[in-house]
Design a binder for this molecule. Sequence first.
Ligand code: PHE
Ligand code: FE
Length: 296
Amino acid sequence: MNTQPRRVEHQQTDRGYIPVYTTGVVEQPWAEYTRTDHEVWAQLFRRQRETLKNRATREFLENQERFGMSADAIPKFDDLNAVLKKGTGWEIVGVEGLLPDQVFFDHLANRRFPVTWWIRKPEQLDYISEPDLFHDLFGHVPLLLNPVFADYIQAYGKGGVKAHGIGADALMNLTRLYWYTVEFGLINTPQGLRIYGSGIVSSKGESIYCLESDAPNRIGFDLERIMRTRYKIDTYQQTYFVIDSFEQLMEATEPDFRPIYERLAKLDSFPAGEIQPSDRVIHRGTREGWIETPDT
Ligand code: PHE
Ligand code: FE
């Protein structure tokens, strides 16, 4: 049985010291998943569906159901793709793990979402430092069925290709946007704050913390503010940014970022946990329990 990812090397990136994998697209080796793999999926799936009731945004939960994801078995990429291609023209492609930025951007720009084919081990249910199948599939894929969000991710991919040609600072600004929206975003709904960020929905602890803890800041979405804000990769976020709708996200990111990158290059970045005078503060964090690790 080979359910080990094919790791090629480690590399220092803006996400820390991470393994880099072969960049090719791989077929999901579905028949090779072990009983333990399927059990890990089942446990995480049941636990998160329960945790996310009234915490995740309705679009996320409903789209997950449209895919027919269940605790029964690890979903087959081909089955998900049948729904996804018809829905928004996206497809998922199997990969070994985190990809170099340019490769990742190129996939997104062409409406292909890379999904890590392997799943974490039973002792990693609560925390794993790199994306696995559960994070990618359970966390990211559902919102690709939302037409506006699907377009946003593609626009982000195109923006990534462009930022890559501009330079490292532009790329960092753009990465922060992804982090604070796609990975750790909250959305305002008539029922209250809800989660849409994939990094949150795939973590039980952070799903509860981001909404219910008094410690973190919750601030209204502001593009340039986000692009200047460092983030945490080793603890829960100290600040969450709240959008009002996916349309707002789409509209705010439509303008050419080039002049923004140029302006921001001359300005300092903000610490992950600091409130700024211009912030639209929804909740000012008490900072309780924060461990001061360096921001990324
Ligand atoms: N408008 C951005 C640019 O000009 C591209 C982008 C769109 C980036 C959506 C992120 C999200 O670079
Ligand atoms: Fe992710």
